[in-house]
Write a protein that binds this ligand. Sequence first.
Ligand code: GRF
Length: 203
Amino acid sequence: MLKIAVFVSGRGSNLKALYEKLPQSKVQISAVVSDKKECQAIDFSREKKIPVYFVSSNLKEDYIGYNELIEEFKRLDIGLVVLAGFIKKIPDEFVDAFEKKIINIHPALLPSFGGKGMYGIYVHQAVYNSSAKVTGATVHFVDKIYDNGKIIAQRAIDIEDVKSPEEIAERVLKIEHDLLPFVVEKFAENKILIDNNRVRILE
Ligand code: GRF
């Protein structure tokens, strides 16, 4: 059984997709972590009785620091950290503590349209402005640089006919909701290998 922690900052539709699609026999969502105290993702977690943690790099009432979170995750035996719409940058010491055990979903085809400031609708706006004919979703390992870690899986979609960035966002979100649970389940099955500097997913 793989125990995961999901990091969120807002709507939480990817968290919901994970909750609904992952087989309980293989994966348990043991913690939800947020930088925002009030958001839909937190409401959902409370409704499903998933333990919630608020994290901040600065000292704040009701928030814990990343070092405390590392200790808590060790206690909970967290085997994978999933960033699902988490906006803040993860501090280096946390990345070191969970090396190759943190993944992120990005709503475009990396290495294009990634990096600092490229989140939410800004990504889709940039894709729209570029007149790109395809976009998609990427799940990648998290390292110390924004959107830079090795790519695990991608799905591409045609956007030749779209009329707005919002329309791109809507189409991409649908594939995110399949891609992220797919990768987490493969991780739980030990079917994600780093081989010869590339990431391979076994059937
Ligand atoms: C998703 O598009 C995700 O790829 C991005 O932020 C959005 C979060 O959406 N990093 P939600 O909170 O999962 O609904």
